[in-house]
Design a protein around this ligand. Structure first.
Ligand code: SF4
Ligand code: ZN
Length: 284
């Protein structure tokens, strides 16, 4: 079996993810995938004297969960000698995720899960912190498993455009949007776990208290069952999505982007999704 480092190098080259002098921000949550990615990218960065690397984390404000994860992320950064920056929902939006969930429950909202709010708010937070540290690219630790779950999830939500846009490297569509790369997109999750265990890398092993709400979990279980019966099916699904993207003439995101009338961040609507959520929360 090729080492993860060699596979990641091959993935980076295949999708042309990095330039020799890029300043890379690695999104580190403290979980096994993100700390493994940090270790791999740190090693790779040493081969490129003109490149630089920084770790960024988002504190969503999930009591008893994210605080421990951030401690582990910080320990890994210290060990590797990597600069670490944290941005929190509280400082950015005025609410922790726990407070968002409590308000949503009080309002009797049943349509959206904690993960739906968290995903939108975290995406924006990560872009802001990557921009603040002047990163050219933002690397996230999405594995092959995450990628194929997302393909199915978007299909089940009827969001085909989003499925087409979720690529291993996002397009450079707006100066305020830091392009994202996914160096683990062809690495199965079990290999990142093995890497972390073998290298004795510390990571958070408890799962988020809101995770059980996600439809993603059901898809994960389904795909794992399918993979057990039909080895290689996750790769097949991943490759199918790669083949569909270039042949579908989907509307270019670039053309539809504008500045949010509230926060000024790039969005496809007049008001970005994060501001829309926050307005709803403030109104109660
Ligand atoms: Fe956020 Fe959901 Fe992930 Fe928890 S499981 S960190 S709520 S997206
Ligand atoms: Zn906004």
């Amino acid at each position: 079996m090729k080492s993860i480092e060699r596979k990641v190098r091959a993935t980076i080259a295949k999708y042309n993810m990095l330039k020799f002098d890029d300043r890379l921000a690695v999104a580190v949550s403290g979980g096994k995938d993100s700390v493994s990615l940090l270790h791999v990218m740190c090693k790779m960065e040493k081969d490129y004297p003109k490149a630089s690397l920084v770790a960024v984390s988002v504190d969503e404000g999930i009591a008893g969960y994210r605080d421990e994860a951030l401690k582990i992320a910080a320990e890994n950064c210290k060990k590797l000698g990597v600069e670490h920056h944290i941005i929190s929902f509280k400082q950015l939006y005025g609410f922790t995720l726990d407070e968002v969930v409590a308000r949503v429950k009080m309002a009797g909202e049943k349509e959206l899960t904690a993960c739906a709010y968290c995903g939108v708010l975290r995406r924006k937070a990560l872009n802001i912190i990557a921009r603040n540290v002047e990163a050219d690219k933002l690397a996230t630790a999405h594995t092959l498993d995450d990628e194929v779950q997302t393909v199915l999830l978007n299909m089940l939500h009827g969001d085909v455009t989003r499925m087409l846009r979720e690529k291993p490297v996002t397009d450079e569509v707006h100066p305020k949007l830091v392009p994202r790369i996914k160096p683990f997109c062809e690495i199965p999750e079990r290999e990142t776990a093995l890497f972390a265990y073998v290298r004795k890398i510390s990571f958070q092993s408890i799962i988020c208290p809101y995770a059980s709400e996600a439809l993603r979990n059901e898809i994960r279980v389904f795909l794992n069952r399918m993979e057990e019966k039909h080895a290689g099916i996750k790769f097949t699904l991943f490759n199918s999505a790669q083949k569909i993207r270039p042949i579908v003439n989907y509307p270019q995101l670039k053309e539809s982007l504008m500045d949010c009338s509230i926060c000024g961040e790039p969005t496809t609507q007049k008001v970005c999704k994060a501001c829309e959520f926050l307005q709803k929360l403030e109104k109660g």
